[in-house]
Design a protein around this ligand. Structure first.
Ligand SMILES: *Cc1c(COP(=O)(O)O)cnc(C)c1O
Length: 427
């Protein structure tokens, strides 16, 4: 590698790609193409992951079995539809660090968040508050506020928002601890986005869970930006529940199915409030259609409907790739790739850019949120024209995520060059 000492060079980036054991996965994805036939520098896997080339055959298998078998496919499809979701569970559990009985692929994220809050937001007397981040994702905010109203309470009184200190963007863990410590007796649920969608800040779930549990609160996480990005440790963290989507880092397609985790300690609790449907009922007696609901003693008991098999097929094809590549190995590359991006972007100078994502490796995943001085959306339009797909947040932040499964060091280098040129022309 020494022959390419200068890390600001295409040969260096190419050399890094040659040494990358995960580089072979890149060719297993479809990349959006520019009009000149070259692929876009796709840095938006934190918003919608690319399509694995294997996905169409997974979906086609189910369409074919439906063509040939009709209703018999529930039992006789190559992958019988009746237990289909079970085929995904182990691989999903490995990605999020849950036990197989704690994890289920079902519904979509916001739906799962509501279902979990039915069980884990149980306001009682003065213990009626929910803690969220002040810059929580809008859908999470709507979900939480509407749950509070659903219980006849006032969201303005029952919502505690974690705010960064003046002049800072990310939350300090001592401030999170302080809020839990001083309000603990009135908090019913702590629900944080992990990783934060805007800043890319990753929270220590175990620590927050310990603080919350010590005060008698339930603790849950929205892992939309964590799942498939950072190896999660949901079981060991001890949190009560988690939800996520599979279409960001997990490449399962637009509007693809989400997932949910419920900690083992709740799985035998017959009294837990929950919305019920037949797919949550004991599999042995499900079709006897008896009156009483007999929940499966796993996270599957939160399922309502028989699931959309076509949508699940694409989650499965993606999870197979995660199993092959290995979430730890992906993380190793991710740390290096994002570190390279950080190095290059920082070299553009403090007077032009400022990375708001924490610089500590254990406080972030793939994503860097780059604040651009004196910029407006024109800059973003310019880099798009030059071949980058990323994400713009008003007023002045570009979010980019080099995804270890399919992005290369060359992508990172190309992004840097395009941004550099745009900034030079801007100033
Ligand atoms: C992407 C994302 C969502 C999207 O919710 P859907 O129900 O999948 O539409 C919600 N919350 C967070 C934090 C997200 O990042």
């Amino acid at each position: 590698m020494s022959q390419y000492e200068d890390r600001h060079s295409l040969p260096y980036a190419k050399q890094m790609d040659q040494n990358d054991v995960l580089n072979k996965y890149r060719s297993q994805f479809h990349f959006p193409m520019q009009t000149d036939g070259t692929p876009y520098v796709y840095m938006c896997g934190n918003s919608l992951g690319l399509q694995p080339k294997s996905t169409s055959s997974f979906v086609l298998q189910e369409l074919t079995d439906w063509q040939n078998l009709g209703v018999e496919g529930h039992f006789h499809a190559k992958n019988p539809w009746l237990p289909y979701h079970e085929f995904l569970t182990d691989a999903m559990a490995r990605v999020v660090g849950g036990k197989s009985n704690e994890v289920v692929v079902m519904n979509t994220l916001s739906v799962n968040l509501h279902l979990m809050m039915v069980s884990f937001y149980r306001p009682l007397g003065k213990r009626n508050k929910i803690v969220i981040e002040a810059d929580a994702f809008p859908s999470d905010r709507y979900a939480v506020r509407s749950q509070i109203r659903f219980h006849g309470l006032d969201p303005d009184e029952c919502l505690i928002q974690l705010k960064a200190r003046p002049g800072e963007v990310c939350l300090r863990s001592e401030d999170i601890e302080e809020v839990i410590e001083s309000n603990g007796d009135t908090i019913s649920l702590i629900m944080l986005g992990n990783t934060n969608y805007y800043t890319g800040q990753y929270f220590n779930m175990k620590q927050i869970t310990q603080w919350g549990h010590a005060k008698g609160c339930f603790v849950g996480f929205d892992c939309a930006h964590g799942a498939g990005n950072i190896p999660l440790d949901l079981h060991d963290s001890g949190c009560d529940f988690a939800v996520w989507c599979n279409y960001k880092y997990l490449n399962s397609g637009p509007g693809g199915m989400g997932g949910a985790f419920v900690h083992e300690r709740h799985l035998n609790d017959q009294s837990i409030p929950r919305f019920e449907g037949w797919w949550g009922h004991n599999k042995e007696t499900r079709f006897k259609m008896r009156d009483g609901f007999d929940p499966i003693r796993t996270a599957e008991s939160w399922q309502l409907s028989n699931p959309p098999i076509l949508a699940m097929a694409s989650v499965w094809s993606s999870l197979k790739m995660f199993d092959q590549a290995g979430i730890q190995q992906l993380r190793t590359k991710s740390i290096s790739l994002t570190g390279y991006l950080e190095f290059l972007v920082k070299s553009l100078g403090d007077n032009k850019v400022h990375i708001i994502t924490p610089s500590e490796i254990d406080k972030r995943g793939s994503q860097l949120s780059i604040q651009v001085k004196n910029a407006n959306k024109e800059l973003y339009n310019r880099i798009t024209k030059d071949g980058v797909i990323a994400d713009w947040r008003e007023p002045d932040v570009i979010r980019v995520a080099p995804v270890p499964m399919y992005n290369s060091y060359e992508d990172v280098y190309n992004f840097y060059t395009i941004l550099k040129n745009a900034l030079e022309d801007n100033s």
